[in-house]
Design a protein around this ligand. Sequence first.
Ligand code: PLP
Length: 440
Amino acid sequence: MNHSPLFYQAGTALPEVSHADGVRLWDAHGHEYLDGCAGAIACNLGHGRRDIRDAMLAQLDRVAFTYRTQFENAPAVALGRALVELTAGQLDKVFFVSSGSEAVESALKLARQYFVARGETQRRRFVSLRPSYHGSTLGALGVTGYRPLEAAFDALITASLKVAGPDFYRHGDADDASHVDRVLAETRQAIEAAGPESIVAFVLEPIGGASTGARVLGQRYLQGIRALCDEFGCLLILDEVLTGVGRTGDWFAYQHYAITPDLLATAKGLGAGYYPVGALLARTDIVDAVMAAGGFQHGHTYAGNPLACATGLAVIEAMQRENVLDNVAARGRELEAGLAVLQARFPWLGDVRGRGLLWGVELVADPDTKAPFPAEENRFARITALARAEGLLIYPRRTLDGVAGDHFLVAPPLTIGADDTAELLERLSRALVRFDREVA
Ligand code: PLP
């Protein structure tokens, strides 16, 4: 009988965490776990970093909290400047928040306010992908395409226009390029039917997270969406809550694809698990228009507080000092190669996709037809439990909207070493052998 007052998830009780160091955590019984998914793809520098701790303590000793409309604070300005620099100045205004949902919510509201300021008040609808995940507040949920999360709130949310993104694993088109062209043509039709003049912005994750199992959308598609936004006069909002701050091998995932968003939401890795901090990055002219019309009607109490921003700054400085992006590239190649070996060994590992240190693995009941396992078998939960029994944490996701099968993410801290990457693959392989015995 579990007497905990907490209610985060139905099902089995969780082990109590004791402590953590680097890419490892220990529970209260002394069991050790290798963190193969950086918690919720957030703990990007691993656990127990003295440098982050020291920066946080130094800030705590000066001042932990000030309110953003009463004082400017040096860590916030410095972190803002650092983020702008990471975009090479393409996005040069920053609004701080405390979570990914808040960052997305802020992007939606700034985009709408921009068009109100310009007198284009008929622009009131967003376009986004199904499946997708953009957060759990009602605005972010409105653009999220994930039925289990949406269902209870249909009457409360303003749902976006949902369109399908490219699916390079299952499409039946002649080749990837013609698949993307078809998806873009269908998206154009959907927007034209809804009325392009009613659209505020297109919202998407440049590389999917948990919602799609790291589905990679690719340059042709993203450039096509950028062109559609330009043609229809709406904004492009990229949700880089999960992919931002180095996860996919560049500072932001969009930088792989020669496009520039108008607004960008980021969070998770910015605080790297040490303190909640997220940010909305925006083009100056968008912010200027909103400020000239009376200011951004939005904000949260903890937004941009000194302790949060000192933490984010320490994270970025550590990443720059240690060339963490080089490590993401090297370890990413090892992970990709290791997952390819496992895929060749286990036919039910239907698809492996991703970039940098964000990899999605999709399970299929039948590799020839790519049919998923029946949803009620909860294979995603089983494989996660087997990995845990082998001392490995992976991030599970169930079949969404019948679009993709069960899958899991492998996304360790960006600082993981070569030996631990090999150990991660070894533990995963042992879990997969056990899973294979069950499905055979
Ligand atoms: N957007 C994406 C792509 C995410 O992966 C998440 C969280 O998983 C969110 C938004 C919401 O972020 P948070 O849980 O910090 O509110």
